[in-house]
Every structure is written in C-alpha cells, then in structure tokens.
Ligand binder design. Structure first.
Ligand code: XMP
Length: 322
C-alpha cells in the first residue's frame, strides 16, 4: 500500500529521470479533471519545459477557453497556449448532421491543430514527449473492451502524432482510478469545483446540437447550458448529479409572447446519476428547480420558447443524445 504523497514524490522523480535536464513535453488540456491534474504534475516536475495546449474548437461551453486559461496559467502556473481554431472546426463541420461524422471531423481537426502547435514549439528545440492523461480503466479498456468507447476514445487517438513526430508517451496517471485522480488533484492544490467537475465530451456541444452546427446554434446552446448549470449550482445539487447538460433540438414549436405567436426551437435538459456511465438513471429534480430553469431559459435565451426534461435511463437511451 502507498499514500498519495508517496505517489506524487515517486512520479515526479520518474518524470524528471525520463526527461533529463533538457527534455521537453507537450500535452493537450481540456479543463477536465484528468488533463488538469496531469498538467499540474508535469509542471511540478519540470516547470516550463512542459507546454500545455488548449484547443478552442468552437464547440466548448460558454467562456471555457478564458476559464481554463485563468485556472491553469494564473492559478496553477502552467505554461499554457490557448489556440482559437474555432473557424477551422466550424468550417469543417458546416452542414454535417451525422454524429459519427461530427466526431471524426473534430478528432481529426484536433490532431491537425495540435500537430501545428507542436511544430511551432519545435522551433525552440526538440519536443520528445507527449503527455497523456490516461487512467488505469482506460489502460484496461483499450485491451479488453470493444464497445462504444472505441468511438469515445477517437478524440484521444494520437497515434499519428507519435509516429510522425516520433514523440514518446508519458502517462503519469496510468496506475490511478478516477477517485484517486481527484484525491491527487486536491493534494496538488487544484480547486474543489474543478476536481468534482462533471465529464464533458471531446466533441463538445457538436454532439448536443442535433442538426447542423453553426455559430448561431452554438451560441443558443451555450446560453441555455450556462443557465442550466448556474441553477444547478445555486440549488446546491451539482455534486449529487453525475452529468448535466442541455441539448438543442432541430425542431420548432409554437409559443406565444405578448399577443404574438412565436415559432422557435426547443431545449431538452438532461441530468443523470451514474457510477461508471455504462448505466445511468435520470435525476429527479425538485419541481421548483426545474420551474426556475425553464422560466429562465425561455425568457432569457433568444430563439427558445419551450423546454423539456429527458426522463430516459441508460439503457436503452444513452447519456448523450448523439
Ligand atoms: P453515452 O452517450 O455513450 O455517454 O451514454 C457515456 C459517457 O461518455 C461521454 N461521451 C463521450 N466522451 N467523446 C468523449 O470524450 C465522445 O465522443 C463521447 N460520447 C459520449 C458522455 O458525455 C458520457 O459521460
């Protein structure tokens, strides 16, 4: 048996030995728990020789890029570059409705952008290592599991990078389970709200917009999603829910505003409780919380006149709608 303090000491020593006095490491960060903890550990071990890259793919939550920048660079001191590649991603997503197409485009574009950034860094000297926030369950799963998560992992498929750039993988979390990563994060001084954060999929809001992805649709969903999560936090129930998000439906419904008839889009709200996301139960809200969320979304979000709540469990539904 070992303590988390021992793990940190041992892992930092291992990273320093691997990287030597000059080795440089690049890694993608998303603002999620795993990549943040891995980045902070790398920073503790080798300081600014670790370069974190955050790619803004245009389908992040509202203000996500700015928040990750503040937390990682200002609060945690990590050497971070945020790349705004939203035009490129949204351009390639234009007119695409098929969810697997969306995932593929976002995964491939991510690799392209990340590779460009890595080549820019190489102007100041060789980058030898690629940081991956792989956890123990991912290690096991990639050996034995051939289910839907083969798709889930496409975002993190960096095989091309490893081959083209001859990068070697560095995986400081590969012996840890999720709850251990959270404990490690707390010890490294990562704030509670981040350590307890719900998962957010790599393809982001693109798989929560059921029709084609446009800047206007992204803006509507970001606004509804922000209100939804604000009210969940205000009700003090965020930590009871495993994942909560809004979905933008590609249908129009009739409504009324003053004496005028409206014909606008519908937001579906999803909230689930789950141990491992292989199965999930829909979350039972207090009616007054749902009432407040619905009234705020229909009043504050232009383009939405109706809100519905998803009462489907997994299986047979999935957590995401796409
Ligand atoms: P489903 O919809 O398969 O979701 O029940 C289970 C969990 O996986 C997440 N998910 C994804 N994560 N890329 C990701 O990084 C994806 O393409 C993807 N699809 C689903 C989902 O948010 C939930 O936590």
């Amino acid at each position: 048996s070992w303590t988390m303090e021992e793990f940190i000491g041992k892992e930092i020593a291992r990273i320093r030995a691997l990287c030597g006095d000059t080795g440089r490491v690049i890694g993608a960060v998303s603002g999620g728990v795993d990549s943040t903890v891995a980045a902070k550990l790398m920073h503790e071990a080798i300081g600014d020789r670790f370069h974190a890259i955050m790619v803004d793919n245009g389908v992040l939550r509202m203000d996500e890029g700015a928040q990750v920048l503040k937390m990682l660079r200002e609060d945690l001191g990590v050497n971070l570059t945020v790349v705004d590649a939203s035009d490129l991603f949204l351009g390639r997503l234009e007119g695409i409705e098929d969810p697997e197409q969306k995932r593929k485009i976002i995964g491939n574009t991510f690799i392209n952008v990340f590779e460009d950034e890595a080549h820019k860094l190489e102007k100041d000297g060789k980058v030898e290592w690629l940081l991956q926030g792989t956890l123990y369950p991912d290690v096991i799963e990639s050996i034995s599991f051939k289910g839907p998560s083969a798709t889930i992992k496409t975002h993190h498929n960096v095989g091309g990078l490893l081959a083209d750039m001859k990068l070697k993988l560095i995986e400081p979390l590969r012996e840890l389970f999720k709850d251990e990563v959270r404990a490690l994060g707390r010890l490294l001084g990562i704030p509670h709200h981040l350590v307890q954060r719900h998962p957010f999929p790599g393809p982001g809001l693109a798989i929560r917009i059921l029709g084609p992805v446009t800047r206007a649709q992204v803006a509507i969903l970001q606004h509804a999603d922000k209100i939804y999560l604000e009210e969940i936090h205000a009700a003090g129930i965020y930590d009871q829910i495993s994942q909560a998000f809004a979905v933008l439906l590609p249908v129009r419904a009739v409504g009324v505003q003053g004496d005028a008839r409206t014909y606008e889009q519908v937001i579906a709200l999803r909230a689930v409780q789950s141990e491992d996301f292989m199965t999930a139960d829909w979350y039972v809200f207090e009616p007054k919380v749902l009432r407040k969320i619905s009234s705020r979304i229909t009043n504050e979000v232009e383009g939405i006149n109706r809100v519905v709540y998803d009462v489907s469990s997994k299986p047979p539904a999935t957590v995401e709608w796409l």
